[in-house]
Design a protein around this ligand. Structure first.
Ligand code: SAM
Length: 279
C-alpha cells in the first residue's frame, strides 16, 4: 500500500472518532514513517514498510486513545514534550498559567519556586527555559508522572535546575520557596468527560472531590501558612466557589485571570504584598 492509499483509507477509518480525520491520519503516518507531515506529499507513491504497525496505531485511535499517547508527543508553549499513558496531556489553556507565573517571577525577581502536580513537566520546563537562573522544586503523587517529567527534564537538559520529589502537595518540600504554582486536579468527581479523556487520562490528574475545588483550597491555605503567593489554574466555572472560600477565610488579596475567550481560568493569591493588576 502506498502513502497516498494509506492516507485515504486511514482518513476514512478515523471519521467516526476524529474531528479532523485527514489531519490525524497524516500525523500518525508521519509518526510511523519518522518524517515531517509536510513530507508526506513528496512521498505519496512510496510503499509503506511495516504497514501492520501503522494500522495498529489507527486502531488505537479508533478506540478513542488520544493521538498524543499514540505518538508519545504533545505540543506545549512552542515545544514538544514526551507524554505517555499515566500522565496528563498538557492543555493549551495551561500556557496562560505559564504566562502568569512568568510575570510573577519577573516582578518578584524570584529565584526558587515550587510547582505542585508537575505531570509531564510542561509548566516547570517552560518556566525554567524562560528564566535561566530559576530553580524549581516540582512535586507529584504519581510515580508515572514523575518518570515522564524526568524524561522531559533530561531531553531539555534541565535536571540540575528542576528537582522532582514524590509526595502530596508540599509534603516533600520543607524548605522555603518564593512562589507556589499549580494546575491541580479540579474537575468535580463524577463529571462525564469525553471517552478520549475519561478512558485514557489518569483520573487522579483530573478529578477532585466535591465541587472540584478541594485541592485548590488546600494549596491556597498552604500558601498562607508559608506566607508565599499562590498561582493556580482552575475550572472556568469555579470562580464563585473560590470567592466564597476566600471570603470565609478572610483572604482579600487575590485576583482571577481569564483565557482569550474571557473565561475565568485561574487565580493569584498573595499573602505578603498587594497583588498587582487587581480587576
Ligand atoms: C491537572 S494535572 C497537571 C499536570 C501538569 N502540571 C500540566 O499542567 O500539564 C495534575 C497533576 O497533579 C498531580 N496530583 C494530584 N494530586 C496531587 C497531590 N495531592 N499532590 C501533588 N500532586 C498531585 C497529578 O498526579 C497530576 O500529575
Amino acid at each position: 500500500m502506498t502513502v497516498s492509499e494509506a492516507l485515504q483509507e486511514a482518513t476514512q477509518q478515523l471519521r467516526t472518532v476524529a474531528e479532523r480525520p485527514r489531519l490525524e491520519a497524516e500525523i500518525l503516518l508521519a509518526d510511523h514513517l519518522g518524517c515531517e507531515r509536510s513530507m508526506l506529499l513528496l512521498r505519496d507513491r512510496e510503499e509503506i514498510e511495516d504497514a501492520g504497525s501503522f494500522w495498529q496505531k489507527i486502531q488505537r485511535r479508533q478506540k478513542h486513545e488520544p493521538l498524543e499517547y499514540i505518538t508519545g508527543r504533545a505540543g506545549f508553549y512552542g515545544e514538544e514534550f514526551f507524554v505517555a499513558p499515566g500522565v496528563l496531556i498538557p492543555r493549551p489553556e495551561t500556557e496562560i498559567l505559564v504566562e502568569e507565573a512568568a510575570a510573577m517571577i519577573r516582578s518578584r525577581d524570584a529565584s526558587r519556586i515550587v510547582e505542585i502536580g508537575v505531570g509531564s513537566g510542561a509548566v516547570s520546563v517552560s518556566l525554567a527555559r524562560l528564566f535561566p537562573e530559576l530553580e524549581i522544586v516540582a512535586t507529584d503523587i504519581s510515580s508515572e508522572a514523575l518518570t515522564v517529567a524526568g524524561e522531559n527534564l533530561r531531553r531539555f537538559g534541565l535536571e540540575d535546575r528542576i528537582e522532582l520529589r514524590q509526595g502530596s502537595l508540599l509534603d516533600p518540600v520543607p524548605e522555603s520557596v518564593e512562589l507556589i504554582v499549580s494546575n491541580p486536579p479540579y474537575v468535580p468527581e463524577g463529571t462525564p468527560l469525553e471517552p478520549n479523556v475519561a478512558d485514557y487520562e489518569p483520573h487522579r490528574a483530573l478529578f477532585a472531590p466535591g465541587d472540584g475545588t478541594e485541592l485548590l483550597r488546600r494549596i491556597v491555605l498552604l500558601g498562607r501558612e508559608r506566607h508565599v503567593p499562590v498561582l493556580c489554574e482552575m475550572g472556568y466555572d469555579q470562580r464563585a466557589a473560590m470567592e466564597s472560600f476566600f471570603r470565609d477565610e478572610g483572604i482579600e488579596n487575590y485576583r482571577f485571570y481569564r483565557d482569550l475567550a474571557g473565561l475565568d481560568r485561574g487565580f493569584v493569591v498573595s499573602f505578603e504584598v498587594e497583588v498587582k493588576g487587581e480587576e
